[in-house]
Design a protein. Structure first.
Length: 499
C-alpha cells in the first residue's frame, strides 16, 4: 500500500486501538423515514464503473463537505431560491409540504390562530390603529401565503417557473371536489406569484446578500405588531413573549425546518394564544349569534378549530398513517405486535415482519464483534452489537465521495476500507429514492457506490432481499444488480463482505 493510503487510514487504525468511540463521519440517519420518494418502480441500473469528472480540488472539497447537510436537512426546508425558501418555511413546516412523514406533523392550529390573534386587538387601541394593524396583518399574511402555496405546488411537481406550473394546471383534470378546490387555490396563487418570481430570482439563487436583511426586517415588523398587540399586558407576559419570538427567529434562520429544533414553538405559544383570544372582563352567555360578545366569539372560534384539528388528527392516526400494505390500512394497530403479545408468533417472526431478514443480518454481522461495519442507510444499525464502536456511518456517502476522489479505483477504495478494519458493507437499496435534491446529487453518489460494488473481485454479496428473474432460465434468485435479469422484488437491503 502506498504512503498516501497508509497516511489516510493510520489515524483510523490508531483510533480503533485506543478508543471505543471511533467514527469516520457523524451524519444524520433519518432519511429512511421520509415518505417522499421517487417512483418505486424505478431502480438504479449500475453500468461500468466510472469515476466522477475531475474538478478543482478546493471547489470539489467544498461541495462534498456541504452535500450531506444539503441532502438531509435541506429537504425539510426545500430547495427553492433563498428568500422563498425561508419565507415559505413556516407554511411548509405546519402543512408538511416538504417532508410528509408523521414525525414532523405539528398541526395547523398555530399557523391559523396566530394571524387571527391580531384581528382581535384590545379595545383601548384607537380605531385607526386597529384598522392599520388589521390591514398590515392581512397584507403580510396574504403575501406569504401566495409565495408559500405557489412554492409548495412547484416543489411537489419538481418545477421552478410559475408559468410552467400554470400550464401544468391548465392541462390537469381535477379528481374530486377537494382536488378541484386545491387546483383553484394553486391557480390563483401562481397567477399572483408569476410577477414576483422573476423579481426575486433577479437578485437571488443558491446564495445572495439580501435574504438575511429581509428576514431581519420581517422579524422587526413582527416585533412591532406584537408590541402593539400586547402593550397593555404585564411586563412578565411581554418578556416571555419577546423571548419566544427571539427563539422563533433563531429557529427560522438556523433550524432548517426541522420541528424538533424549535420544539418550544409548538407547545408554549398556545398558552398565550388562549390568553390573547380571551378577555375575562367580557361576558358572553347569550347564544344569539348577533348578540354574542367578543369573548364568546373568540372562545367559540378557538374551540371550533381545536375540535376540528383533534378530529382530523385522530382520523389520521386511526387510518394507520404509514401503511405498508392494504391489509395494514384496515387496522389502527400493528397486527404482528399484538400477535406477539398474545404468544401467537415468536420474536424472530415479529422482527422479520418489520425488518425483513433482520435475524439473518444480526447473526451474520455479529459473528465477529471486533470487525467494523460500513453502513449506508438502513435501520439495521440498531441490531448490530456494539454499534457505537463498530458501525461506520456514511448515510449520505460523503466519506465514500472523498475516497473515490482520492483513489480513483474501486478496488483501492475497498482495500482502504479493509485496512481500516471494515469486514461488512450494508446498504439501503432504496436510498436514492429519497433524493429530493434538484441536481440528484445523492443519486449520483449512490450510483457510484453501486458501481464500486459491481463486478468488484474484492467483495462478495452475503445477503439481500432483492429478487432477480434471470433472463436465460426465468429462475428467481437473490441478487442486487439487474444485469442478469429483471427485478421481481425490489428489496430494501444488501450485505457485502470484503474478502
Amino acid at each position: 500500500m502506498s504512503d498516501t493510503l497508509q497516511s489516510i487510514f493510520m489515524s483510523n487504525i490508531l483510533f480503533k486501538k485506543r478508543t471505543l468511540s471511533w467514527l469516520f463521519l457523524l451524519l444524520f440517519c433519518v432519511m429512511q423515514t421520509s415518505s417522499f420518494a421517487q417512483n418505486k418502480e424505478e431502480v438504479v441500473i449500475p453500468g461500468l464503473y466510472a469515476m466522477p469528472e475531475k474538478a478543482e480540488q478546493g471547489q470539489k472539497t467544498a461541495v462534498i463537505k456541504k452535500a450531506a447537510v444539503r441532502e438531509d436537512m435541506h429537504r425539510f426546508m426545500g430547495y427553492e431560491i433563498l428568500p422563498v425558501r425561508y419565507l415559505s418555511l413556516p407554511f411548509d413546516v405546519f402543512m408538511k409540504n416538504n417532508v410528509g412523514a408523521f414525525f414532523v406533523d405539528v398541526g395547523f392550529l398555530l399557523l391559523m390562530l396566530f394571524p387571527i390573534l391580531f384581528l382581535f386587538p384590545k379595545r383601548d387601541i384607537s380605531i385607526k390603529k386597529r384598522g392599520l394593524l388589521t390591514v398590515a396583518v392581512i397584507g403580510l399574511c396574504s403575501l406569504l401565503m401566495i409565495i408559500s402555496v405557489s412554492s409548495a405546488f412547484l416543489n411537489q411537481n419538481n418545477l421552478t417557473d410559475p408559468d410552467v406550473g400554470l400550464s401544468l394546471l391548465a392541462a390537469k383534470t381535477s379528481d374530486g371536489i377537494l382536488a378541484g378546490i386545491s387546483d383553484a387555490v394553486n391557480n390563483i396563487a401562481l397567477h399572483a406569484y408569476a410577477p414576483i418570481y422573476p423579481l426575486i430570482s433577479s437578485f437571488s439563487g443558491e446564495s445572495d446578500s439580501i435574504t438575511y436583511p429581509i428576514l431581519v426586517f420581517l422579524f422587526l415588523g413582527l416585533i412591532f405588531l406584537v408590541h402593539t398587540r400586547i402593550k397593555t399586558h404585564s411586563r412578565e407576559t411581554k418578556s416571555i413573549l419577546f423571548l419566544i419570538l427571539m427563539y422563533a427567529f433563531l429557529w427560522w434562520i438556523l433550524g432548517s425546518g426541522a420541528a424538533w429544533y424549535g420544539i418550544l414553538l409548538f407547545c408554549v405559544p398556545y398558552i398565550f394564544l388562549i390568553k390573547g383570544m380571551s378577555n375575562q372582563e367580557e361576558q358572553g352567555n347569550n347564544w344569539d349569534f348577533k348578540n354574542l360578545s367578543g369573548l364568546a366569539k373568540r372562545s367559540n372560534l378557538l374551540l371550533l378549530f381545536t375540535v376540528a384539528w383533534m378530529f382530523l388528527a385522530f382520523t389520521h392516526r386511526a387510518a394507520n398513517y404509514n401503511p405498508i400494505d392494504a391489509e395494514r390500512t384496515k387496522h389502527i394497530y400493528i397486527p404482528p405486535i399484538t400477535e406477539y403479545q398474545i404468544g401467537n408468533i415468536s420474536k424472530e417472526q415479529l422482527l422479520n415482519s418489520s425488518f425483513p431478514s433482520v435475524v439473518e443480518i444480526e447473526k451474520l454481522l455479529n459473528k465477529n464483534e471486533n470487525s467494523l461495519v460500513y453502513r449506508v442507510g438502513t435501520q439495521m444499525k440498531f441490531f448490530i452489537t456494539k454499534n457505537d464502536r463498530r458501525v461506520v456511518d456514511d448515510t449520505f456517502l460523503d466519506l465514500f465521495e472523498q475516497m473515490i476522489q482520492r483513489f480513483k479505483n474501486k478496488q483501492k477504495v475497498i482495500e482502504a476500507l479493509k485496512i481500516s478494519g471494515v469486514e461488512y458493507i450494508i446498504l439501503d437499496l432504496a436510498l436514492a429514492h429519497n433524493d429530493q435534491t434538484p441536481d440528484k446529487s445523492l443519486t449520483r453518489k449512490f450510483t457510484n457506490f453501486l458501481n464500486t460494488l459491481y463486478n468488484n473481485p474484492s467483495v462478495e454479496m452475503s445477503l439481500t432481499n432483492r429478487k432477480i428473474k434471470l433472463n436465460n432460465t426465468d429462475e428467481e434468485i437473490f441478487h442486487v444488480f439487474q444485469d442478469r435479469g429483471t427485478i421481481t422484488q425490489q428489496g430494501n437491503f444488501a450485505v457485502f463482505r470484503i474478502k
